[in-house]
Design a protein around this ligand. Sequence first.
Ligand code: FDA
Ligand code: NAD
Length: 433
Amino acid sequence: ISTENRFKYLIIGGGVAAGYAAREFVKQGLKPGELAIISKEAVAPYERPALSKAYLFPEGAARLPGFYVCVGSGGERLLPEWYMEKGIELILSTEIIKADLDSKILTSATGMKFSFETLIIATGSRAVRLTDFGVHGADGKNIFYLREISDADKLVEEIRAKKTGKVVVIGGGYIGLEVGAAMRINKFDVTMVYPEEWCMPRLFTREIASFYEGYYANKGIKIIKGTVAVAFDCDAYGEVKAVKLKDGTVLEADIVVVGVGAKPLIELFKGQVDEAKGGIKTDGFFATDDPDVYAVGDVATFPVKLYSDMRRIEHVYHARKSAEQAVKAIKASEEERSIPEYDYLPYVYSRAFNLSWTFYGDNVGDPVLFGDNNPASAKPKFGTVWIKNGKIVGVFLEGGTAEENKAIAQIARVQPPAEKYLSRLRKGSYFFA
Ligand code: FDA
Ligand code: NAD
């Protein structure tokens, strides 16, 4: 291995976590040439959430360099020049296909070798594909997934080429709801299909979902629930023309967008690091059982101190914070200092149309709805608290202000007795005001 391919610190993966880790390395003190980031993407780390939102807008669309990290958390944008100035090697368009953690060598698809003293695994997730389940016709040319900027570019190109027509969105999770809205904003005729009784069932209650489903219906989006796509009928050019559903419905389609979940990219490390709950097992400093290997972001299964539980989280706030924590821990261990363990409060948000919701905490126990969840309201604002053992453990809020979102985060963190808020909640008022 040539000296230029030997690094003190190496990050595999060039997504959200990698970008925030780089910034933290610089904050903590980094010498030129010590750090490299290897990414199969062709661009520097960016805020991935933009891809299913403003990136798809017909006007005023978000484009790089506008959403390079760390703008998503209100920080300074790290342009490619920033990495150069700091002496950080950005090794782009380079896929690692072999990782030997014992000999500390990574090998790329083109046979390049890279060695490290400390490795941070930040490979994120890949989209689950319908071809994974062998759905007939699932390799159709106009079936789109959304994970990387190159996927988003292909979808944008298709939107521009087709201009109008019928879009079938498969999946009622984050991608389904956000991209379904974006396609409607682009004036396509949108039908969403998902197997569950209501959208986003892992987080939403029936009442929360009924608001979003009603709102989407008012925007002209058709929703077909409780069924899945079993086949795509393609023409002679390999273009999907119709989607066949298990319940017998046949939907005409010009574009199909699929969001049926993500899978963490951990195959390269199988048998080399401990795993838990489908991810790479780490401690509260994101160290794996190999002391020179850390794992952050989507791939890490880490202790959530607040709930005395091990979890894997596929959300951007955690990608940022886990990356910062790992770098702090690496630096502290070199300097024989100690730092506090990661103390994560689960936080998710989403935006579509003029809607914006946030959720903090844990959605376990009994949900209680508050506010106005009528989808036809001029300014809908409502939420739900989850009560467990008499305490508020999770809060969801649609349409909250920045201060209100801060307040609900505090409540989810402190877990106050629900008693205090119940009468206000029953009256339908904003209990945290
Ligand atoms: P991330 O996926 O960001 O980066 C992984 C990087 O590793 C990629 O660049 C990939 O190419 C690279 N890589 C993987 N394997 C490699 C290999 N073998 N060799 C080289 N490079 C390799 N969350 C949220 O809280 N709010 C939101 O609104 C959204 N919105 C959203 C939209 C879309 C379209 C997606 C796909 C995801 C979101 N998310 C989100 C989730 C959030 O973006 C996600 O949790 C973080 O990006 C995870 O950060 P990581 O750095 O772990 O992976
Ligand atoms: P998801 O897990 O949120 O939703 C998957 C959905 O797919 C399920 O709810 C279900 O409705 C549906 N589904 C499953 N199997 C199906 C099948 N065979 N046919 C039809 N539908 C099926 O996953 P996603 O929406 O694909 O998102 C991918 C990743 O991107 C996740 O990690 C997610 O956290 C992330 N993401 C997050 C946000 C956000 O936090 N706002 C936004 C976009 C993407």
